[in-house]
Design a binder for this molecule. Structure first.
Ligand SMILES: [Zn+2]
Ligand SMILES: [Zn+2]
Length: 361
């Protein structure tokens, strides 16, 4: 049996999404049908909507979401109808070498991609599910492995933020950079990901947290959430300013923008033996030219998918930080609109208005 619901469909890159009816198949063994409660607009969605990362269309974008379990497939015994859940685009097989060594974001099992081809349709024509989630839809049909239980104290908006942006920023600090207490950190970009990294650096006890962005309102929020200094990237030489602030360079830098320029800057503000972590999705086919004179003395540049998050282990811990008030989520939510206003939300996200535009259901 199929079920129908309303969803925002991308028919062609660079065109507005069209809200229309789609069909979802019944949950197969290992799958869960989730009624969407909240979905955030992530930079990744904007990249796909703009065609920067080619993807088969039509499709339903959105991958940062929370909701309530509606129905479970055979063999799913860890979730039941009525459960509040965080829905992630990272799923895992639990059997490959990457999964077994704790690097589930690099899972080599391709069956997840295969399942995306045949779960959704429009007028009977199968469409490819986006990143295994397709969250701009009243219902999501997902692999049970992509779900994380959500504590009752957490709002659905907070749950959605923990499904992608906040978690990516937090995990980049806790799992990849691993700064020692008192360490100096520079964070490039103060959107949802960067502000997650700023808060993680504060929770980890970093001594100096330098936040960099083009938008004054985001820098003010960074200060409120734990940054000790901010650098306005529209004024002067960013590398010079961060290096000066840090008295010669930082031990850790996090790039949460997705531009070659900021990736190079993140590397260039390091002191010897420092490490820069690039989280942003750099454009396909580009190279990152690293200054040769800085490559000596142990500096390193690493890329990371979602800060190497281990969803089922890390996200409940981050949710607990939010419940305890150590991690703040509310200031990141700029707007929460109905599905019919999804294109306005995308437009505001493109214009870097506030921090996170959300769709509520
Ligand atoms: Zn995302
Ligand atoms: Zn795996």
């Amino acid at each position: 049996m199929q079920r129908r619901c309303r969803a925002a469909v991308l028919h062609r890159a660079k065109e507005p999404l069209r809200v229309q009816e789609i069909e979802l198949a019944d949950p197969l063994p290992g799958e869960v049908l989730v009624r969407t409660a909240s979905a955030g607009i992530c930079g990744t969605d904007l990249h796909f909507a703009a065609g920067l990362f080619p993807y088969p269309v039509p499709t339903v974008l959105g991958h940062e979401a929370s909701g309530v379990v509606e129905m479970v497939g055979e063999g799913v015994d860890d979730f039941a109808p009525g459960d509040r859940v965080i829905v992630c685009d990272q799923t895992f097989c639990g059997r490959c070498a990457a999964c077994l060594s704790g690097s589930m974001v690099y899972c080599t099992d391709s069956s997840a991609k295969e399942r995306q081809r045949r779960r959704l349709s429009i007028g009977g024509q199968p469409i490819r599910q986006y990143l295994g989630v397709s969250a701009f839809s009243e219902l999501m049909l997902v692999a049970a492995h992509s779900l994380v239980p959500m504590p009752p104290e957490l709002s659905f908006e907070a749950g959605a933020l923990l499904s992608c942006c906040l978690t990516t920023g937090l995990a980049s600090v806790f799992n990849v950079a691993k700064p020692a207490p008192g360490a100096q950190v520079a964070i490039f970009g103060c959107g949802g990901v960067g502000l997650g990294a700023v808060q993680a650096a504060r929770i980890a006890g970093c001594g100096q947290i330098i936040a960099i962005d083009l938008e004054r309102h985001r820098l003010e929020l960074a200060l409120e959430l734990g940054a000790t200094e901010v650098v306005d990237a529209t004024c002067g030489d960013v590398v010079e300013e961060v290096t000066r602030c840090a008295g010669g360079g930082v031990e850790h830098a996090v790039e949460a923008v997705g531009l070659i320029e900021t990736a190079v800057q993140a590397f260039s503000v390091l002191r010897p033996e420092g490490q820069a972590t690039v989280l942003g999705m750099l454009p396909v086919g580009t190279d990152v030219p690293v200054p040769a004179r800085l490559l000596r003395q142990g500096r390193s540049l690493v890329g990371s998918v979602m800060g190497s998050v281990r969803t089922r282990m890390d996200i409940p811990r981050y949710a607990d930080l939010a419940v305890r008030g150590l991690l703040r989520t509310d200031p990141l939510v700029t707007s929460s609109r109905g599905l019919d206003q999804v294109n306005c939300a995308l437009e505001d996200a493109r214009g870097r208005k506030g921090v996170r535009q959300m769709v509520r259901f």
